[in-house]
Design a protein around this ligand. Structure first.
Ligand code: SAM
Ligand code: SF4
Length: 449
């Protein structure tokens, strides 16, 4: 019965890694505006850096990331050179050397960058930025075919957190998504990272994949628990074949329906909670001593393009094709298409092509959405006060939430909105009630549950 209630409210909704979300970025914000925004950054505030590496060795059919398959290393080496030039170009707009609190390498599969290129890249980063002593430096890892010398290089340049893509350990599911990654091999790679001193480990799982069942995901969770990661992300498979054509290789008849997806989600979540992990926000689990769990408990948890974060930096600078920067004035996205990104950098220009300036109203709504996504509750009056607004009734938004309230998925007591446990998978739909850009929007999002 529970599945049916949530199913009634399921529908397309953004992931809210930003607000306004990326489909609402426009060419009104480009390289010139990005340069001016960089120049206006407060030199006393630490920065966070994101580097996008849009290359992989092979294509997983479920993949929704901005990546291409490369058979040779040369395009990756060339791209790393462009990233190094982009660091110079961006730093040219900053007043002096800046302190950095977080660095994240995402993709694609940054783990395929060669040892010598990691060293060059880090020499360039150190040339322009001061890394905070306790800076978190994280990299996304495709553990398949990862040589020990690559792991050693990551340790040498100072990587202190790795995020492994796993998705599911069942061999039939792996075949259905074109990603063969046996558990034993994954365990060996985890061991190798730990032997090299890189101990902080995240693991990504996905529910709702073709041929996945509740029993299969429960088995995958049991395998993941054996690896004892500090953090786990449990993403719902976003099937968007109109946007990612290769997802058409997935047999849609093998996809679990909404009710089955929900069963898989709660079954996996329950296993992590029983094992002592803290359920954070929509889809993350963290051990109690992990920074994410501590930030959550202290009310410091934030949301950024990588999902949940304890990163306190007020500005995130994105490097590489499609990377998004978040600055106090708004968001800026680099050119998505890798060859066009390279051409822009070759003309010594910032590679920003789209973005959005944020208004005071956007900042207020972003804070409401972030609180809901992070804490599953928001006090509308206190958020208004904190942002120098008079408290208001939010009539239309509360009206939109009324059917969910009627079904016990949220409670509304005066200005306090709380998401109930059964409402948790619908968090994105609940946040969408506060998204003024979504009305009349043409963007198609993946389903929420
Ligand atoms: C860039 S990949 C991680 C690193 C590496 N490329 C790998 O796959 O091992 C980031 C994560 O995004 C998630 N992901 C990718 N496509 C997805 C989709 N269509 N729906 C939900 N999650 C997805 C996967 O969990 C994946 O591990
Ligand atoms: S899931 Fe990871 S390894 Fe697979 S294609 Fe996407 S980015 Fe590459």
């Amino acid at each position: 019965m529970q599945g049916q209630i949530q199913h009634r409210h399921d529908g397309p909704a953004p992931r809210y890694t930003s607000y306004p979300t990326a489909p609402h970025f426009t060419p009104d914000v480009g390289a010139k505006r990005y340069g001016a925004w960089l120049e206006a950054l407060d030199p006393a505030e630490p920065l966070s850096l994101y580097f996008h590496i849009p290359f992989c060795d092979s294509l997983c059919w479920f993949c929704g990331c901005n990546t291409t398959v490369v058979r040779r290393y040369a395009p990756v080496a060339r791209y790393v050179q462009k990233l190094m030039r982009e660091i110079e170009l961006v730093a040219g707009h900053l007043a002096g050397r800046r302190r950095v609190s977080h660095i994240h390498f995402g993709g694609g599969s940054p783990s395929l960058v060669a040892p010598e290129d990691w060293h060059c890249l880090f020499d360039r980063i150190h040339g322009f930025f001061d890394l905070a002593e306790n800076a978190e430096i994280a990299v996304e890892i495709d553990p398949r075919d990862l040589a020990d010398e690559n792991i050693a290089a990551l340790a040498e340049v100072g990587i202190n957190r790795v995020s492994f893509g796993v998705q599911d350990f069942d061999p039939e599911v792996q075949q259905a998504i074109n990603r063969i990654q046996p558990f034993d091999m994954t365990r060996e790679k985890v061991k190798a990272f730990r032997a090299h001193g890189i101990k902080a480990l995240n693991i990504d799982l996905i529910y709702g994949l073709p041929l996945q069942t509740r029993a299969r995901i429960e088995h995958s969770v049991a395998c993941v628990l054996e690896l004892a990661p500090d953090r786990v992300a449990l993403f719902g498979y976003a099937h968007v074949p109109w946007f990612k054509a290769h997802q058409k290789l997935i047999n849609e008849e093998d996809l679990p329906d909404g009710k089955a997806r929900l069963g898989q989600f709660f079954a996996a979540a329950g296993r992590f909670e029983t094992a002592g992990y803290k359920w954070i926000g929509l889809d993350h689990f963290a051990q109690a001593q992990d920074g994410l769990a501590r930030a959550h408990d202290a009310g410091r948890l934030k949301r950024n393009f990588q999902g949940y974060t304890d990163d306190p930096a007020a500005a995130l600078l994105g490097f590489g094709a499609s990377a998004i920067s978040s600055l106090p004035q708004g968001y800026v996205q680099n050119i998505v298409h890798t060859p066009a990104y390279i051409s822009a950098i070759d003309t010594d220009s910032l590679a920003a092509e789209r973005g959005i300036s944020i208004s005071r109203e956007d900042i207020l709504r972003r804070a409401i959405i972030e609180k809901l996504m992070c804490n599953l509750a928001v006090d509308l009056d206190s958020i208004c006060h904190a942002h120098d607004f008079q408290p208001r009734s939010f009539e239309a938004e509360l009206g939109a939430l009324e059917p969910l309230r009627g079904d016990g998925l949220v409670t509304i007591e005066g200005p306090l909105i709380t998401v109930t446990e059964p409402g948790r998978p619908l968090l994105r739909v609940i946040c969408a009630a506060f998204d003024t850009y979504l009305q009349n929007a043409e963007a198609r999002h993946s389903r929420a549950v």
